[in-house]
Design a protein around this ligand. Structure first.
Ligand code: HSE
Length: 428
């Protein structure tokens, strides 16, 4: 049998403890499947004296993750500390420079430094794998880099922040306001230490930028992701979108267009009956469309000890088996610098507005839309609220430029009581 594969694990939070448990409890299974014993040599974390529910006494302790990453008796450095820079990046760089393979769950680090780290890995004959960084337990990186490698990828979509999906679900099924649903998620411990990473769409945007790099052979470009969080989603929109047969999701969409690479992570409407529309609670879903395979839908837990540790171990097992796939599925030097494109693919839009209650008000809105080349598909007016008439319009497919012209013309009519809400409807 081959030599054991020796892990050094930095970061012993929920995921790190989960990885230790799998290595200890499933030792025989892992060896049978990989043909090698998987062992842990040394570990590192911010605090040593803490009960993590696992026995760490068999492993050497390092206070400094860089020292751990470069130990002679570590073959694979497992980085589970988090943070885009600082100790995590320093330790990963040190490990790669020392020729160690690296497995990480760190989406922020890869979204900001993925290209540099992929180049560093290749220059040193090491692999850098990150299944656990995107959509937790869903093996989407493996699906894209391996199973779908014979496809031209046409579109990648995903609900990849469980916290946001939980909040939006509770607004719909519990009738909670955004603030109430946020407080509930907080009470359940769902929110990141910096909640804007979740509700601002940043965490999900990091993940989308990593999927887009693999899908379209581009250098990771997180800064080009059009980001909008869920903080402005109103309970009225949740209710009225539902009334029109839709659900609102924080949806990531990446696609290559003639103008360049579109990457958006924004609240969108999706048909309530679609797989994405049916995704409720804290679960994740990734949808991939390839020219040969058609549409693939993957659903599962996007966070938590077991699912994330499962993804980490998938990468560890690849290394143990000698499977050495490039970080983004192709040589780092061959990844293109893709032109970022503002999202402009024609789409239907949902418009919610409150109009003054005067004859001809609605006609003015219809004229503003028509004059801008935006065609109305469906329209609904509700009972007056405080002298204003709530109106919903679903347009036919239109360009964003035409929609923006229409919104300007609608505002100029003077019949709108408040700013209109416009949300894209993604055809899924
Ligand atoms: N905070 C994330 C979520 C999990 O709610 O999905 C880690 O990326």
């Amino acid at each position: 049998m081959s030599q054991p594969l020796r892990l050094g694990i930095a970061g012993l939070g929920t995921v790190g403890a989960g990885v230790v448990k799998i290595v200890r409890q499933k030792a025989a299974l892992l060896t049978e499947r990989s043909g090698r014993e998987i062992t842990i040599t040394a570990v590192s974390a911010r605090t040593r004296d803490k009960d993590r529910g696992v026995n760490l006494s068999h492993y050497a302790w390092e206070d400094d993750p860089v020292a751990l990453a470069t130990r002679d008796d570590v073959d694979v450095f497992v980085e589970l500390m988090g943070g885009s820079d600082g100790p995590a990046k320093a330790a990963v760089e040190a490990a790669l420079k020392a020729g160690k393979d690296v497995v990480t769950a760190n989406k922020a680090m890869l979204a900001h430094h993925g290209q540099m780290l992929a180049e560093l890995a290749e220059a040193n004959g090491a692999v850098l794998r990150f299944e656990a960084a995107v959509a937790g337990g869903i093996p989407v990186i493996k699906a894209l880099t391996e199973g779908l490698a014979g496809n031209d990828i046409q579109r990648v979509m995903g609900v990849m922040n469980g916290t946001c999906n939980y909040i939006l679900t509770r607004m719909e099924d519990g009738g909670l306001t955004y603030e109430e649903a946020f407080a509930e998620a907080d009470g359940l411990g769902y929110l990141e230490a910096d909640p804007t990473l979740d509700v601002g769409g940043i965490d999900a945007g990091h993940k989308l930028s990593l999927l887009a790099a693999i899908a379209f052979g581009c250098k990771v470009d997180f800064d080009a992701v059009e980001l909008e969080g869920i903080g402005k989603v109103a309970i009225d929109d949740i209710r009225q979108a539902a009334d029109m047969g839709y659900r609102i999701k924080l949806l990531g969409v990446a696609r290559m267009t003639g103008r360049g690479l579109e990457q958006t992570m924004t609240p969108c409407l999706v048909p309530a009956a679609s797989p994405l529309g049916q995704l409720v609670g804290g679960t994740n879903m990734v949808v991939i469309e390839g020219d040969q395979v058609g549409q693939i839908v993957m659903r599962g837990a996007g966070a938590g000890e077991g699912p994330t540790a499962s993804a980490v171990m998938g990468d560890v097992m690849d290394v143990a088996r000698g499977l050495r796939v490039s970080t983004f599925g192709q040589a780092a030097s061959s990844l293109k610098t893709c032109v970022p494109a503002r999202s402009a693919t024609p789409a239907p839009y949902y418009l919610r507005m409150a109009l003054i209650d005067k004859p001809g008000a609605l006609a003015k809105i219809a004229t503003a839309l028509g004059d801008s080349g935006v065609s109305i598909n469906r329209m609904r007016q509700y009972d007056h609220v405080a002298d204003a008439a709530p109106v919903l319009i679903v347009t036919h497919k239109t360009t964003r430029a035409a929609l923006e012209a229409a919104l300007e013309a609608m505002t100029a009519t003077g019949v709108m009581v408040t700013e209109p809400v416009a949300l894209r409807i993604e055809n899924v």
